[in-house]
Ligand binder design. Structure first.
Ligand SMILES: Cc1cc2nc3c(=O)[nH]c(=O)nc-3n(C[C@H](O)[C@H](O)[C@H](O)COP(=O)(O)OP(=O)(O)OC[C@H]3O[C@@H](n4cnc5c(N)ncnc54)[C@H](O)[C@@H]3O)c2cc1C
Length: 343
């Protein structure tokens, strides 16, 4: 049994199989709808069902409120069609050509960037380069259908090796494995690229970028891409971390600020330590942005990092005039493991 899904105000229609998430079906048909966590927790894939009915086999997902559901809003990463549908959702056109693929890779190198951040360099088989947009991420494929998402930190033009910045999560299964057991030359499998957090190059607006911790990774990819392509829109990057030792590649944005007149860099520490000798900005990173840019109505804003940072910034930036259509983000949510995980 399958249903037809029509995207309002476009020529696009696709079929969704019974039990298949609407988002998965759209991607299968080469239509890129906005999404990030694919676990129902971040809200990126929210749209509206204007005709027909959807349901959620595991119950209403966390990022969809009862009130939103009552007015027809839906989270398409989780929604299953119960009838033919007409939906309203913003399409992401420039990722159209890139279909996610499953690839093996070898850990070519690893280095420690901070007490809790490790950089992995991955090599895919010789004839299997990964095509991606700057800012997208990959999912490691683990036993028991488990997946773990990590953003690509290298820009697409420099794709011989894929670069990841991995923060060790306390008691984290996969990040614990990376820090304690993973060896160079180990083989892993991943699927990607995924995500709609990528640089929109057709916009003339000045750009604000906010990275929390390893949220620097996708922003590094975007910035290196922008510099490589001579994009000269004003860009101001804020890097929010707890203490000075968490600015794990601080030389890099400092160097970019010296080399590119249109680029500014502001590190912000939320909990500087006594020995940090820090004269720079302190507090929550999104508050520093608002202090400097109280009217956000003319900006494109990109942000990535821990879910609490993303949530706080989304709310605060809306109050300060940011158009939601000009906000792009990746919330580093935890993966939801399948219940039948035998591991
Ligand atoms: C689109 C996307 C891109 C991402 N990119 C990156 C990246 O570039 N670099 C990076 O370091 N991380 C990134 N993450 C986060 C990363 O996927 C998780 O940290 C990782 O899945 C944790 O796996 P684990 O098996 O070690 O932890 P698990 O075993 O799944 O978790 C153990 C416990 O730790 C807690 N936990 C898990 N993850 C986190 C977290 N991120 N922060 C705080 N507590 C947590 C939870 O309470 C959980 O119960 C990204 C996430 C998403 C969705």
């Amino acid at each position: 049994m399958s249903y037809r899904v029509r995207i309002e105000n476009t020529q696009h229609e696709f079929t969704v199989e019974e039990g298949e998430a609407v988002l998965s079906a759209a991607l299968r048909h080469g239509l890129i709808l906005p999404y990030s966590c694919r676990g129902g927790t971040c809200g990126t894939c929210m749209g509206k069902v204007v005709e027909g009915r959807v349901s959620y086999p595991d119950g209403r997902p966390p990022a969809l409120s009862e009130a939103e559901e009552a007015v027809g809003q839906a989270l398409f990463c989780q929604a299953r069609a119960d009838t033919d549908l007409a939906i309203e959702v913003r399409e992401v056109r420039s990722a159209d050509d890139i279909r996610p693929r499953k690839l093996p890779c070898r850990v070519e190198r690893m280095d420690t960037l901070a007490h809790d951040v490790r950089r992995l360099w991955l090599r895919t088989p010789g004839n299997e380069r990964l095509q991606f947009l700057p800012g997208q991420y990959i999912d490691f494929l683990l036993r028991g259908n488990r997946r773990r998402s990590f953003s690509l930190a290298n820009p697409p033009h420099d794709d011989e090796l894929l670069e990841l910045h991995v923060r060790q999560v306390p008691d984290g299964r996969f990040t614990g494995y990376i820090f304690e057991e993973l060896k160079e030359r180990a083989l892993l499998r991943f699927e990607g690229p995924f995500g709609t957090f990528f640089l929109r190059e057709d916009s003339p607006r000045p750009i604000l970028m906010i990275g929390g911790g390893t949220g620097f990774a996708p922003i590094k990819s975007m910035l290196e891409h922008a510099f490589h392509h001579g994009i000269d829109r004003p860009i101001h990057f804020y890097w929010g971390v707890r203490a000075r030792h968490d600015l794990y590649l601080a030389d890099l944005p400092e160097r970019w600020a010296r080399e590119h007149a249109s680029f500014r860099y502001t590190p912000v520490l939320s909990e500087p330590r006594a020995g940090d000798r820090w004269n720079g900005r302190t507090g929550f990173v999104h508050e520093a942005v608002i202090e400097d840019y109280p009217d956000l109505s003319g900006y494109d804003v990109y942000m990535s990092g821990p879910p609490p940072m993303i949530e706080a910034a989304k709310t605060a930036f809306a109050i300060h005039g940011l158009d939601p259509g000009h906000l792009y983000f990746d919330s580093f949510d935890f993966a939801v493991d399948p219940e039948d995980d035998p591991a």
